[in-house]
Design a protein around this ligand. Structure first.
Ligand code: NAD
Length: 270
């Protein structure tokens, strides 16, 4: 049951949610191909998994480069004998490419907008297409895409990211339709703020980082940042053998932040 023996490819898995998912998946008996732009950190994640008794390998891959994506899928299939799960995790936010206070419509460049959409919404399509020949050979194939609460709600200075995450949410549903005849499930999930570099870098750029972080979590019924490993557990569940009736879904993992309109001080919580 679970994901025992399943062969994962996780994009952007040198850090953050991708690295945490690699560790969680390996601890549950999956074989994991770690990939990223950051070779030293990515290789370290694979080495750590192998040293603790799991099975992992590392391959450099820029998900926007079709040739590198095809090489990644070939390397994973050669290392593990096939691919069962593609986790399209690699992602960027405009605040990683331009100062956060210059990410509104008036100031943000078209190049920044295009880059965010390319990495977060176009590249998962490239990766899904490249993984398809291998997924077709799998006994338990699925694709799990990283969306965001930004796929359904707007935030300040977030138009590129919001466009890309809304796009990947609908891409998930459309690929679930395309691939249903092949028995390949396609799902996505929407985290709110998770404690990774993407969020801490964003928080650091605020005028008052402590107040900004408080504001980030105080609309959540569980008022804290999420843990990367909590997202990793959800990815493994969606890919796993207990999730066989879940397809084309978008699952929130947001501490309840989109369940209501309010702040936790109204509930006497901090
Ligand atoms: N952290 C959050 O609060 C949060 C919330 C919602 C959704 N997400 C999504 O989860 C995913 C992971 O985010 P994270 O917080 O772990 O971010 P992160 O910045 O810690 O990790 C992202 C990884 O993607 C890699 N990457 C970036 N561009 C790449 C490219 N072109 N090719 C290959 N790898 C590339 C980076 O090198 C990095 O290792 C992203 O898709 C993000 O949008 C994160």
């Amino acid at each position: 049951m679970g994901i025992e023996g399943l062969r994962f490819v996780i994009t952007g898995s040198a850090t953050g949610i991708g690295a945490a998912t690699a560790r969680v998946a390996a601890s549950k008996g999956a074989k994991v191909m770690v990939s990223d732009l950051s070779d030293e950190q990515g290789q370290a994640v694979a080495d750590e998994i192998n040293a603790s008794g799991g099975t992992a390998a590392y391959q450099h891959c820029d998900v926007t480069d079709t040739g590198q994506v095809e090489a990644l899928m070939t390397a994973a299939a050669e290392a593990f004998g096939g691919i069962d799960v593609l986790h399209n995790n690699a992602g960027i936010h405009e605040s990683g490419l331009a100062p956060a206070d210059q990410c509104n419509l008036e100031q943000m460049s078209l190049d920044v907008f295009r880059k965010v959409v390319e990495v977060n919404a176009v590249a998962p399509w490239i990766c899904s297409k490249a993984a398809l020949p291998y997924l077709k050979e799998s006994d338990w194939p699925s694709i799990v895409n990283a969306a965001s609460t930004g796929a359904q709600a707007a935030y300040p200075n977030n138009s590129a990211y919001g466009t890309s995450k809304g796009g990947i949410r609908l891409q998930t549903q459309n690929l679930a339709v395309d691939l249903a005849p092949l028995g390949i499930r396609v799902n996505c999930y929407g985290p709110t703020a998770i404690a990774t570099d993407m969020v801490t870098d964003f928080v650091k750029q605020a005028d008052d980082p402590a107040a900004f972080e408080k504001a980030l979590v105080n609309t959540s019924l569980i008022p804290r940042l999420g843990l990367p490993s909590e997202v990793g557990e959800l990815v493994c569940f969606l890919a796993g053998r207990e999730a066989g009736f879940i397809n084309g879904a978008y699952i929130l993992i947001d501490g309840g932040s989109l369940a209501w309109r309010g702040t936790v001080d109204q509930l006497g919580m901090e």
